[in-house]
Write a protein that binds this ligand. Structure first.
Ligand code: APR
Length: 228
C-alpha cells in the first residue's frame, strides 16, 4: 500500500465551526498569545489560561467532524494514511481516521503541570483549579504552549521521510517546527496543498495548489486518489 502523510492545521476544522488562529476573525485576534498560551502566562494567571482552554474544549466537544475529516478517513480504504495534525481537537479521530499524531497535544486530555508525560482523560469539559495530578500538582490542558518543546516532532519528521504522497491542509505554515516538516518529504514525492489562501511554501513550485476550502478541496482530491 502507498503511504500518504497528511499535515493538517486549523483550517480543516474551520467548517466544523472551530475558529482558526490567524484568519481575520481568528483566536489570536481576540487574545494575546503571551496571555494564554505560554508557560509564563500559566505562572502569572493560571485561572485565565485554564478558562481559555476550558472554552476551547467546550467548543470542540460541541463540534462535529466535517466532510473533509470524513474524506481523509475514507482514504484508508486504499492507502496507508497517517495524519499529523497541529490541531488540538479530536475531529480526525471522531471521523474514523486510525493513525493520528497530535503535534500540539489534544484538548480532551489534561496534563500534570509538573511532568508533561502524565496525561489523563477529562470528565466533562472543564478542568478545575483544584484538580491535581498523581504528584499533587495542578492539572492544565494537554497542549503545547509557545516556548515549550514539541515532543512528537521527531516521530512526525520520520513519518514525512516515508511519504509516497504528501498533503497539506488548512495551515498558514507560520509556526515551527511543524512548518518545517515538508522539508523531510523526499524530492519527487507528489505534494498537494489545500487552502483558500495558499500560504508561502518553500519549494512550492513542485506543490500542486488547490485553492479551495477543505470541504470541497479535500473531498475532490480524495475522490481522485481513490479512483487511481
Ligand atoms: N478550509 C481550509 N483551510 C482554511 C479554511 C477552510 N475552510 N479556512 C481557513 N483556512 C486556512 C487559512 O487560509 C490559513 O492558511 O487555514 C489556515 C489557518 O492558519 P492558522 O490560523 O495559522 O492555523 P494553523 O496553521 O493551524 O496554526 C498553527 O499556531 O497558535 C497556533 O498552536 C496553534 O496549532 C496552531 C499553530
Amino acid at each position: 500500500m502507498q503511504k500518504i502523510i497528511v499535515l493538517t492545521g486549523a483550517g480543516i476544522s474551520a467548517e466544523s465551526g472551530l475558529k482558526t488562529f490567524r484568519d481575520s476573525d481568528g483566536l489570536w485576534e481576540g487574545y494575546n498569545i503571551e496571555d494564554v498560551a505560554t508557560p509564563e502566562a500559566w505562572q502569572r494567571n493560571p485561572v485565565l489560561v485554564q478558562e481559555f482552554y476550558n472554552m476551547r474544549r467546550k467548543s470542540v466537544m460541541e463540534a462535529e467532524p466535517n466532510t473533509a475529516h470524513y474524506a481523509l478517513a475514507k482514504l484508508e480504504e486504499k492507502y496507508e494514511v497517517t495524519i499529523i495534525t497541529q490541531n488540538i481537537d479530536d475531529l480526525h479521530e471522531r471521523a474514523g481516521s486510525s493513525r493520528v499524531v497530535h503535534l500540539h497535544g489534544i484538548i480532551t486530555r489534561s496534563q500534570s503541570s509538573l511532568n508533561p508525560t502524565l496525561t489523563y482523560p477529562i470528565d466533562g469539559w472543564e478542568i478545575k483549579m483544584d484538580d491535581v495530578c498523581e504528584l499533587g500538582s495542578p492539572l492544565r490542558a494537554h497542549v503545547v504552549w509557545f516556548g515549550e518543546s514539541v515532543p512528537m516532532i521527531e516521530t512526525a519528521a520520520a513519518l514525512c521521510t516515508t511519504a509516497d504522497i504528501f498533503i497539506l491542509i488548512g495551515t498558514s505554515l507560520a509556526v515551527y517546527p511543524a512548518a518545517g516538516l515538508i522539508d523531510y518529504v523526499p524530492d519527487g514525492v507528489p505534494k498537494y496543498i489545500i487552502d483558500p489562501h495558499i500560504p508561502y511554501v518553500r519549494g512550492g513550485e513542485s506543490v500542486t495548489k488547490i485553492e479551495e476550502k477543505a470541504t470541497t478541496g479535500v473531498v475532490k482530491l480524495v475522490d481522485d486518489l481513490l479512483s487511481k
